[in-house]
Design a protein around this ligand. Structure first.
Ligand SMILES: [Mg+2]
Length: 252
């Protein structure tokens, strides 16, 4: 029996595997913070409380990032729950800015809602939709992400009957638990699954340790000898070729 026929399931990382995430994060980060700064200033003016210093002047974006890092260090269980870290850091900054509790909560929630809208403006590579449609005919598919993208908000969600948000499990990758949760819901042992991801530390190492095959999306590395079971690809569009090679038939 061929390797591809033995494989039953494919699990996918999302950010920088199915789309380029860098610009999405830059736009999301600056976009929601600027939105908050402007909306807050308007709100204060409308109440006759024009601020002496605007929020983003008082707390530049770097201060917000520092606050999240401090919170992650102080709450190790939450270190992968980026939504929680963002929400709590923003709430603390807004309180420090002088807002009372209910106003701080209100503006945190409005800014997080803006953040989530921008965060989901991802553009999957054009090959991804047909690729998942085709692969879904032969394999059970799952997504496993540390990021705060909610797959259910994306057009490609129908391809993933199983979607694991690792941060919310309090066990971000490289923890084995999100992989085990996905495999258990798919009803597949690790030896019959292949994980696709771009991070050596968060995707390749933990999946391989469990005995999964791995497709490592890594375009910037010249070919190098890799341990058995790890296959480097330049782009996710090369995945069907890899599955054919693993099958050894070139026809599956
Ligand atoms: Mg990734």
């Amino acid at each position: 029996m061929s390797a591809t026929r033995r494989l039953q399931a494919l699990t996918f990382d999302l950010d920088d595997t199915l789309w380029d995430n860098h610009q999405v994060m830059v736009d999301t980060e600056t976009g929601h913070y600027n939105w908050l700064d402007e909306a807050l200033e308007k709100w204060q003016r409308s109440r006759g409380n024009a601020p002496i210093r605007r929020f983003a002047e008082h707390f530049p974006l770097e201060t917000f990032a520092d606050r999240r890092r401090e919170l992650a260090a102080a709450n190790p269980l939450r270190r992968g729950d980026f939504t929680w870290l963002r929400e709590r850091a923003l709430l603390a900054l807004l309180r420090d800015y002088g807002l009372n509790d209910s106003a701080a909560w209100l503006w945190t929630s409005a800014a997080m809602s803006r953040f989530m809208t921008l965060r989901h403006r991802v553009a999957p590579h054009p090959e991804v939709e047909p690729l998942l449609s085709e692969l879904g005919r032969y394999y059970r598919l799952a997504s496993i992400t540390n990021g705060n993208v909610d797959v259910r908000r994306l057009a490609l969600s129908h391809h993933f009957p199983v979607a694991i948000a690792a941060g919310e499990l309090f066990a971000p990758k490289p923890d084995a638990r999100p992989f085990l949760a996905a495999l258990s819901r798919l009803g597949t042992p690790p030896s019959r699954a292949l994980h696709v991801g771009d991070s050596w530390r968060e995707d390749v190492e933990p999946a391989r340790r469990l005995g999964m095959q791995v497709a490592w999306i890594s375009p910037h590395i010249d070919d190098m000898a890799l341990p058995a079971g790890i296959h480097r690809l330049n782009h996710v569009r090369e995945l069907p070729g890899l599955l054919h090679r693993l099958a050894g038939t070139g026809r599956d």
